[in-house]
Design a protein around this ligand. Structure first.
Ligand code: BTN
Length: 255
């Protein structure tokens, strides 16, 4: 991938980009760079990762065929709810997939993107508070399976993962990355107005569906009722009671 070709297509000013054919984790690398003073809007992109990180401390398989990207934002958290960054990113990814392919992904609350009932993208936002500084930074990590891996997906994920394109070209990848960066920073600049929220709701995979809340060994059936203004998932139980879930509260499975 040629960074110049991405920069040429970008509308967002002041983006600084670094590209790696392979890296351990773009998130870990960008966090280190941020601690050393990297600028707001620094973006790191890789074609593959050897130690990709997922949510809940899991590994994220990051073979060639995907695009792995981390974006740095330094933001004043007193001005908005930081928990909105992950849902906002999900809408930016979903818009970019639609713009590049004409396909319409669904968002599985809170941070997974699905195509045809299989996962096509995961998001991991990491916030770092620096002692003595009022403005923390956030590294937003996005892993998208843009095309079918040459030898197929690894066994562990072959039944649950999918891709956007059968095959992709360098041009498609460069265009996709430019769209993603522009969409992310546009929605981020409008975070106080929550301009992403309507799409977050209308593209939801779970709303109206029967779901299962998994917490350790317990499994509770519920219905996904609504996504509130703070992006909590409101679920309803058999007894008529409702509860607003925060991300990380439970694991959700759907039928
Ligand atoms: C998940 O689905 O569990 C979240 C996966 C997040 C993966 C991305 S790929 C780019 C960035 N670097 C990482 O090590 N992880 C994130």
């Amino acid at each position: 991938m040629m960074i110049e070709n991405v920069l040429k297509q970008l509308h967002t000013p002041d983006v600084k980009m670094e590209f790696f054919e392979n890296i351990g984790s773009t998130n870990s690398y960008l966090k280190e760079r941020a601690l050393l003073g990297a600028d707001d809007k620094t973006v790191v992109i890789a074609n593959s990762q050897s130690a990709g990180k997922g949510t809940k401390g899991r590994a994220f398989i990051s073979d060639k065929g995907g695009v792995y990207i981390s974006l740095l934002t330094r933001a004043d958290f007193s001005e908005f709810e930081p928990t909105l960054i992950t849902p906002l990113t999900a809408v930016a990814v979903s818009d970019s997939i639609t713009q590049i392919s004409g396909r319409h992904p669904k968002i599985k609350w809170v941070n997974d993107i699905y195509l045809d009932s299989k996962k096509v993208c995961g998001i991991l936002c990491e916030t770092v508070f620096i002692p003595g500084e009022t403005i923390p930074f956030v590294v937003v990590g996005i892993g998208v399976n843009l095309s079918k891996p040459k030898d197929g997906f690894k066994k562990e994920i072959e039944d649950i993962a999918t891709y956007v394109f059968e095959e992709e070209t360098e041009e498609i990848k460069e265009k996709f990355v430019a769209l993603l960066i522009d969409n992310f920073f546009k929605y981020f600049s409008e975070i106080k107005e929550k301009t992403f929220l309507e799409k977050y709701r209308s593209n939801s995979l779970l709303l109206g569906k029967k779901i299962f809340l998994i917490n350790g060994d317990s499994k509770t059936e519920a219905t996904a009722v609504e996504i509130d203004d703070s992006c909590h998932l409101v679920v309803g139980f058999f007894d008529g009671k409702q509860k607003a879930l925060c991300s990380g509260d439970v694991t959700i499975k759907f039928e």
